[in-house]
Design a protein around this ligand. Structure first.
Ligand SMILES: [Zn+2]
Length: 86
């Protein structure tokens, strides 16, 4: 699964399930130990293309190969790049 689509909880982080933990670790984006939940994906750096922060409730893409986050405007960039690599 190269590119995952998630919905942002906040501009800084989004709660993820256990299945995504290893991708978050690979990307250096895992955050734990918060009261609201067990595992979170950090994305305060925003979109890899334009640096735009992901707004709460907005979908965004998490590229598990590169560890990059992309906003909705650049989700397709990530997906086309991923499919070209296959
Ligand atoms: Zn973007």
């Amino acid at each position: 699964m190269p590119v995952l689509r998630l919905e942002a909880d906040s501009p800084e982080r989004t709660q993820i399930g256990e299945g995504l933990v290893r991708f978050a670790v690979q990307a250096g984006r895992l955050e734990t130990g918060r009261e609201e939940g067990r595992y979170f994906l950090q994305h305060a750096d925003g979109c890899a293309e334009d640096g735009k922060q992901i707004r709460p409730g907005d979908p965004f893409a998490f590229d598990t190969d590169t560890g990059e986050i992309r906003c909705l405007d650049h989700v397709e960039t990530a997906e086309s790049a991923a499919s070209e690599g296959e």
